[in-house]
Design a protein around this ligand. Structure first.
Ligand SMILES: Nc1ncnc2c1ncn2[C@@H]1O[C@H](COP(=O)(O)OP(=O)(O)OP(=O)(O)O)[C@@H](O)[C@H]1O
Ligand SMILES: [Mg+2]
Length: 336
C-alpha cells in the first residue's frame, strides 16, 4: 500500500566517508520520515551531517562517501522508489523529476560565462529530449514568474549582473523546472540579509502551500526553523536526537541538546541573561565517543550514557527523541 502521509522514509541509514587510513562516520543509524506537503527542517551545528544526509536522500553522496547501511524509500502517487538501489541513470532522472536540491552556496554554481537563458535551456534539454524551444521557454517563464523575476530581463543577463537574492531566486526557479515533488534547500539564505531572507522564505512558503511541494530545509538557524517549518529534526554528530512538529518541540523540548540549541539562540523578546551556550565542542566523527555522542557535553549524563547509544523513544506518534534519561526527568530539567 502506498504511504499517503510521508514522501520519504529513511530507515537505519548510515553514511561513511572511507578514506585511506580512516573512516569518518558522518551519518549513523538515522531513521526519519519526511511528511508529504510539509516543510521539514534539519537543524544542527556545522558538521553534524545535514548535507550528507540530504545528498543521501537523492543518492548523490560525494566520493569517498557511501551508504553503508539502511534504506531510503520515496513515495510518489502510485509507486515506491528504493532510492539506495537506483543506478546512475535512474538517479539522474530521480534527482530532477522527483526531488531537486538547491545546494549549499548554490549561487556560485551558475556558470559565469553563460546567460541565464542558456543555462535554463541546457538543463531542460538534458532531461526532456523531445521538448520544443517554445515549450522550454513557456516552462522557464512559468518558473521565473513563481519566484517573482521578470523573465524578459533576467534571461538575457549573466550571473554577475544579479544580486545575491536574485541568484538564489534563479536557483529556486531551476529547482522547479522538472516539477519535482520534494525540494531540498541547503542553507538557502545563509549569505543574505534579513529582508532578502524573509522575501525568499515568503516565496518558498508560497511554493509549498500553493503548489503542494514538500520541502526539506537545512539550516543551523533555529529562528528559521521556528518561523518557516512545520516539522524539525535536530541533528547531532550524525544522528537525529529529536524529531517532531515544530510547535511541540519548542513548547516541550525534551533532549538536552535540543534545549541547549534553543536556549543558546538570541531572541528579541527573551532576556539576554537567560541565554546559555552549550559548553564543549561536537565530537570528532573520526573517533566518536562510546555511548551517546552528546554525553561528553551533557550535564545530566549517567553511567549508561557513556556505554550505550540510546534508541529512539517516542512521546506520541510524531515526536521522537534519543536519550537514556526518563521523560519526567528530562522535563524536570527544563524547570531548573
Ligand atoms: N567529501 C567528504 N570527504 C570526507 N569527509 C566529508 C566529506 N564531506 C563531508 N565530510 C564530513 O562529514 C561530516 C558531515 O559534514 P556535512 O557537510 O554533512 O555537515 P553539515 O551539517 O552539512 O555542515 P555545515 O553546516 O557546515 O554545512 C563532517 O565531519 C565533514 O567534515
Ligand atoms: Mg552543509
Amino acid at each position: 500500500m502506498i504511504n499517503k502521509e510521508n514522501i520519504v522514509e529513511i530507515e537505519n541509514l548510515s553514511i561513511h566517508y572511507k578514506m585511506k587510513n580512516c573512516t569518518l562516520k558522518a551519518i549513523n543509524n538515522v531513521s526519519l520520515n519526511i511528511k508529504k506537503g510539509k516543510i521539514t527542517a534539519l537543524v544542527g551545528e556545522s558538521g553534524c551531517g545535514k548535507t550528507t544526509l540530504s545528498t543521501g536522500i537523492i543518492n548523490c553522496i560525494t566520493s569517498p562517501g557511501e551508504i553503508v547501511a539502511g534504506e531510503i524509500k520515496f513515495f510518489d502517487d502510485d509507486e515506491v522508489i528504493n532510492v539506495e538501489k537506483l543506478n546512475a541513470k535512474e538517479i539522474n532522472a530521480f534527482r530532477w523529476e522527483k526531488v531537486s536540491m538547491v545546494f549549499q552556496g548554490a549561487q556560485s554554481s551558475l556558470n559565469p560565462l553563460m546567460t541565464i537563458e542558456k543555462q535554463f535551456m541546457e538543463t531542460m534539454r538534458v532531461h526532456r529530449k523531445k521538448i520544443t524551444k517554445q515549450e522550454m521557454l513557456d516552462k522557464i517563464y512559468e518558473v521565473l514568474k513563481i519566484v517573482n523575476l521578470d523573465a524578459d530581463r533576467i534571461l538575457k543577463m549573466y550571473p554577475h549582473e544579479l544580486s545575491g537574492g536574485m541568484k538564489q531566486r534563479v536557483m529556486i526557479a531551476f529547482s522547479l523546472l522538472l516539477d519535482p515533488k520534494l525540494i531540498i534547500l541547503d542553507e538557502p539564505t545563509t549569505a543574505l540579509d534579513v529582508i532578502t531572507q524573509d522575501y525568499i522564505f515568503s516565496i518558498l512558503l508560497k511554493i509549498n502551500r500553493e503548489m503542494n511541494i514538500s520541502m526539506l530545509l537545512l539550516t543551523h538557524d533555529i529562528g528559521v526553523v521556528a518561523n518557516y517549518s512545520d516539522y524539525v529534526a535536530v541533528m547531532y554528530a550524525g544522528q537525529v536526537m529529536e524529531y517532531g512538529p515544530v510547535e511541540e518541540i519548542f513548547d516541550d523540548k525534551i533532549h538536552p541538546y535540543t534545549r541547549g540549541l534553543i536556549n543558546s539562540t538570541p531572541s528579541l523578546i527573551a532576556d539576554l541573561n537567560t541565554m546559555k551556550s552549550i559548553e564543549g565542542m561536537p565530537p570528532n566523527l573520526l573517533n566518536l565517543p562510546t555511548g551517546c555522542p552528546f554525553n561528553p557535553r551533557c550535564k545530566r549524563k549517567n553511567e549508561i550514557c557513556e556505554k550505550e547509544n540510546p534508541c529512539l523513544s517516542n512521546i506520541n506518534n510524531e515526536h521522537y527523541f534519543r536519550c537514556h534519561l526518563k521523560l519526567e526527568d528530562l522535563r524536570n530539567e527544563g524547570n531548573n
